[in-house]
Write a protein that binds this ligand. Structure first.
Ligand code: NAD
Length: 355
């Protein structure tokens, strides 16, 4: 008997889209990549050469791809600005959705995706926060759930990208939503996962600087930022995001509990090799997030596929990914306005003057 495989299409064939497409085409045993789409001629040419020989149909139009016969699920790896629109179109066409983070840079737009998904509860709709699929984060989460560190109280987490001297991050800032919505959003997602999806926010404070790329200020962004989120449950999340690491990608997390702490990647390393020379002893580290998290993206693809085929809940609740954007936007606002923002137990904003 033929084994049922999920029929997948990938929208967007930029940096992430190519990786998702190749993963689903070659490395996800329970899925078939059947279609891709991109508005970009160079990306289409790449797809014709690399994917068409594998039996993948290449579309210029996303809407045409959605009509591909037998298509069951869509991976959205387009620019953030169209994530929500493409997700909603896919949901309306009865397709499962794995959408790259963030769902949108606007909370209201994120909520519209959530509403669309609620109308089709048989569909699996998930935002791809890749860190939840990383083996080390999963192990740490399991150990925390087993009670190894007591009650998790403080989460300290950073996403630090390697400096790009070409000014890439300045151009990127026009559409990214800013350093908290685009970069620290991974740490925010981790905070929700480790401290509890239901944890209620009490206050948000943030500050940022442009240590190396002052042009980011044109887009209300910064290249280094620190954010602190306090929860009504008596927990704190502390985030550091940077776009100027000299050595490479330095994403580390510490979860401090009442009976111990867990750390993830506290001393980044590419592998087990140390270089001993006249400079001393040193080691190389991953240069970009994909060097560090490639296996996590593959696990994400396999787990999403299993959820669709087996009709099990998606590994990341969609509500949580909307809350991540809510927090990212609040941190971004606190950073730009230099004002701490307060919330009541029901999530309503409080004017500081009334406190
Ligand atoms: N999960 C992660 O760790 C992670 C890492 C990097 C990027 N991302 C996310 O992935 C998404 C893509 O990032 P990327 O680095 O691949 O970007 P990219 O610029 O390399 O690719 C963007 C893609 O969007 C397409 N596109 C551009 N304008 C469009 C439009 N108006 N309509 C439809 N498609 C359009 C481009 O042709 C391209 O295929 C972003 O939302 C980003 O936040 C996630």
């Amino acid at each position: 008997m033929a084994v049922k495989k999920l029929q997948v299409g990938v929208a967007g064939l930029g940096r992430m889209g190519k990786r998702h497409a190749l993963n689903f085409a070659e490395r996800v045993p329970r899925a078939d990549l059947v279609a891709v789409s991109s508005p970009d001629e160079n990306e289409l040419q790449w797809a014709r050469e690399r994917l068409e020989p594998l039996g993948v149909t290449v579309y210029k139009s996303y809407d045409d791809m959605l009509n591909h016969p037998g298509l069951e699920a869509v991976v959205i790896a387009s620019v953030t600005a169209v994530h929500a629109e493409q997700s909603i179109k896919a949901i309306e066409k009865d397709k499962h959705v794995l959408c790259e983070k963030p769902l949108s840079t606007s909370v209201e737009v994120c909520e519209s995706v959530l509403e669309a998904a609620k109308k089709k509860p048989h569909l699996k709709v998930m935002c791809g926060f890749s860190r939840r699929f990383d083996a080390s984060y999963r192990d740490a989460h399991r150990k925390m759930q087993d009670g190894l560190i007591g009650r998790p109280s403080v989460l300290r987490s950073q996403t630090c990208d390697k400096l790009d001297p070409t000014g890439f991050f300045v151009q990127y800032a026009q559409f990214s939503g800013g350093i908290f919505v685009d970069c620290a959003i991974h740490d925010i997602d981790l905070a929700l996962w480790f401290l509890g999806e239901e944890a209620k926010v009490k206050s948000v404070a943030a500050m940022g600087i442009t240590a190396i790329q002052p042009d980011l200020r044109k887009y209300s962004d910064r290249d280094n930022a620190v954010g602190i989120v306090e929860f009504h449950s008596g927990q704190i999340a502390y985030f550091y995001a940077s776009r100027m690491m000299a050595s490479g990608q330095e994403d580390t997390t510490e979860i401090v509990g009442t009976a111990g702490k867990l750390t993830v990647n506290i001393a980044p390393a590419m592998n087990a090799v140390n270089i001993h020379d006249s400079m001393g002893i040193r080691r190389e580290i991953p240069q970009h997030y994909y060097d560090r998290f490639e296996p996590a993206f593959l696990t994400e693809a396999n787990d999403f596929t299993a959820s669709c085929l087996d009709d099990t809940p998606v590994p990341i609740p969609l509500e949580s990914s909307v809350q991540a954007v809510r927090l990212g936007c609040a941190l971004q606002e606190a950073m730009i306005t230099e004002k701490k923002i307060f919330f009541d137990q029901d999530g309503n904003r409080l004017d500081k003057a009334t406190l």
